[in-house]
Design a protein around this ligand. Structure first.
Ligand SMILES: [Zn+2]
Length: 238
């Protein structure tokens, strides 16, 4: 074997080796980023604070909890275990709170403190809307003034309108200053008003198990679009 042929073979081996190293280093490591946020689900109100009341007398807090638990179930299918601020019909106030007003205030302070203790949280707060006039309907999403909240809120609004009621032209809005929780957290946060309990047709839908599941599945989809790296999906398919 001449020196030239030996050099040629060594060069080929070196190129192959380098290509193999590049393959193993770039494809799996660079394209997969694990979920680093904790999804926190807040079923609004509860216990002494029933929230709004539907036309047929159902308290908002019950619907909020039902949707929140369905969202937890749906996320579990994708390996996401959210933190639930409540799983029962309870208010989260401290034992020293006396009047209903004090209990409501204490409940909100405690929810804020619970979120503060979670590492890298993203808050999804579930509520139902009401209005004195019955004609108003459609999901409405509010976002906090914290990083990423507006992006998540706009996406959630778009997804809910698309999947629940394509005639819903609402845009995601910044949360009013009067809403305590979303103005006292520092993490990304949205508040979802799933629909209007004051609209006869929408109230019927919001009380239905299958419609609540649809809301939960839609919100799970919104969350997954933010936390499933697209490159990983593409590689799985190719
Ligand atoms: Zn509410």
């Amino acid at each position: 074997m001449t020196v030239f042929i030996r050099f040629f073979i060594m060069s080929l081996l070196a190129v192959n080796f380098l290509a193999a190293v590049l393959r193993t280093e770039t494809i799996p490591a660079a394209s997969f980023s694990p979920v680093t946020y904790n999804i926190v689900i807040d079923a609004g109100h509860g216990g002494v604070d029933g929230g709004a009341v539907s036309l047929s007398g159902v308290q908002e807090s019950h619907i909020n909890l039902s949707v929140a638990l369905k969202l937890e179930d749906t996320l579990a299918l994708f390996g996401i275990a959210p933190q639930m601020l409540r799983r029962e019909d309870i208010s989260l106030h401290s034992s020293d709170a006396d009047t209903i007003r004090e209990k409501k205030r204490s409940d909100l302070h405690n929810r804020t403190a619970m979120i503060d203790q979670i590492q890298d949280p993203i808050l999804i707060s579930i509520h139902q809307n009401t209005f004195p006039q019955p004609q108003y309907h459609g999901a409405q999403v509010f976002y906090a003034a914290t990083p990423l909240s507006q992006e998540i809120g706009q996406r959630a609004q778009q997804d809910l309108s698309c999947h629940l009621d394509p005639s819903n032209q609402r845009q995601a809005k910044k949360i009013p200053e009067t809403i305590y929780l979303l103005n006292h957290i520092s993490c990304p946060a949205i508040l979802v008003e799933c629909g209007f309990l004051s609209n006869p047709a929408e109230e019927k839908l919001l009380l239905r198990d299958d419609y609540q599941r649809k809301i939960a599945a839609t919100l799970a989809g919104t969350i997954l679009t933010f936390f499933t790296p697209i490159t990983t999906l593409q590689e799985t398919l190719s």
